[in-house]
Design a binder for this molecule. Structure first.
Ligand code: PLP
Length: 449
């Protein structure tokens, strides 16, 4: 088969420039700069088309190759499954989907039903549709449909997921977005508290204000709240320990479903299977993708409590009373096989524990950088860390994007790939992000630091 091996790097770069539309890139840049084309990886290392090797501190660029590169057993398992049965629609079933749902339900014992799809955005779309239909089935006389979201959180690229995203500049140019998505909840961002307070003397105002928001929207119109347990692309923001349980309490009081987006946090990234498991919170729905199959195959899921699922059980002759949703590839046998094998690797190699231990080592190392005038704050959990860069520690004025770009370029020139979080507000693209694979070693962390 054509794997491109007969082509020279120059030919491939030329073909790329002629044919490919890269994600999230201003293509003008490729007139003067070559696209980085990766060809192979092993462990935490990736090699590009020019033979340059990098220590990948961002697990595939977007924090998703959780078990690292070169896990042959995933490739072999997927290959075997592809030969046996590549695909059949999920209105029927397949063995890997059954086994993976069982595994996920065991990892999330308070949730009971798994709905598969292909990407994080889609998993969130399903959660929104489920929330709206859940209340329409439960209270046909009410119109409980609004979805609340938090500033700086990202939930995806599709139109409703984007509508639920708290990064305004991502939305510009794509409006009008979906009505009924309300983003008044401030971030749980102690370094830049929206209330000008200081933890722990703040009464966790950023969580308590949810009650005012629900009341001002009118509780009988609000269906759900979506949050990332730890905000990822919005700046690697770890909430105060009390935060999620206060949010939970308010959601319960007003019968608002709590959806936790574990697309980045999940599958060991923060040192536990799921980010929210660090805290006392019991969500109604959890969405996941990225690390679910360590991105060896596209795979995501929306996992819900049995009472959510049961609301959709009704008379089979009712043409409207079930969840009328399908993603062609969701639950595809080969992707679920990759998910099963990746999950087995995380479990058998104790990678959540490695993430916790190596994550602490990483954070301790990075904390030492706080003595630099340009480092405002270092934060993180498990193998997920951010360094917020500022021009001045007192005023907290963020460094310019150009400055951050220079830091990342210099790191890449020294063979380490770092990430940045996306602009939440103009000028706030000032956080270096790190999320190495869960198999990362101390030596590799030393090099990153
Ligand atoms: N949710 C979070 C927290 C994410 O970071 C992302 C992607 O980065 C998504 C959802 C969307 O996932 P996908 O790009 O797979 O659609």
């Amino acid at each position: 088969f054509n794997n491109g091996n007969h082509l020279t790097p120059e030919e491939l770069v030329k073909l790329d420039r002629q044919n490919v539309w890269h994600h999230l890139m201003q293509h003008k840049i490729f007139e003067t700069q070559e696209p980085t084309i990766m060809v192979e990886g092993k462990g935490c290392l990736v090699k590009d088309i020019r033979g340059r090797e990098y220590l990948d501190a961002v697990s595939g660029g977007v924090w998703c190759v959780n078990v690292g590169y070169g896990q042959d057993s995933i490739a072999e398992a997927v290959c075997e499954q592809l030969k046996k049965l590549p695909y059949y629609a999920m209105s029927a079933g397949n063995i890997p989907a059954i086994l993976l749902s069982q595994k996920i339900n065991a990892l999330l014992p308070n949730l009971q039903r798994v709905f598969f799809s292909n990407s994080g955005s889609e998993a969130n779309e399903k959660a929104f549709k489920m929330s709206r239909q859940y209340f329409r089935l439960k209270y046909p006389q009410k119109d409980k449909y609004k979805i609340l979201f938090r500033q700086r959180d990202y939930h995806g690229t599709t139109v409703a997921a984007l509508s639920a995203t708290g990064q305004p500049e991502r939305k510009l140019g794509y409006e009008p977005l979906v009505p009924g998505f309300i983003g008044d909840l401030p971030p749980a961002y102690c370094y830049r508290c929206s209330f000008g307070k200081t933890y722990p003397h703040c009464n966790i105002e950023c969580a308590r204000v949810l009650e005012d928001i629900i009341q001002s929207e009118r509780e009988d119109t609000v269906a759900a709240l979506i949050l990332e347990p730890i905000t990822a692309g919005g700046g690697v923001i770890v909430p105060a320990d009390e935060y999620l349980s206060i949010i939970q309490e308010i959601c319960r009081k007003y019968e608002v479903l709590l959806i936790l987006d574990e697309v980045v946090n999940g599958f060991g990234r923060t040192g536990k299977w799921f980010g929210h498991q660090h805290w006392d919170v019991d969500p109604d729905m959890v969405t996941m993708a990225k690390g679910m199959a360590s991105s060896y195959m596209p795979l995501s899921a929306t996992v819900v409590k049995e009472y959510v699922f049961e609301q959709f059980l009704g008379d089979p002759s009712d043409k409207l009373g079930y969840f009328r949703d399908i993603s062609t590839y969701g639950g595809c046998a080969a992707a679920c096989t990759a998910g099963l094998e990746s999950t087995r690797i995380i479990e058998e190699q104790n990678l959540c524990q490695n993430s916790a231990e190596m994550g602490k080592y990483l954070l301790d190392g990075l904390k030492e950088l706080e003595s630099f005038p340009v480092v405002g704050q270092v934060r993180g959990k498990g193998l997920f860390a951010g360094i917020e860069l500022v021009e001045d520690k007192k005023t907290k004025v963020p460094v310019s994007e150009q400055f951050l770009g220079k830091v990342l370029a210099e790191a890449a020139a020294q063979g380490v790939l770092l990430g940045k979080t996306n602009r939440s507000n103009p000028g706030y693209n000032n956080v270096i992000a790190m999320a190495p694979a869960l198999i990362v070693t101390k030596d590799e962390i030393d090099r990153i630091v």
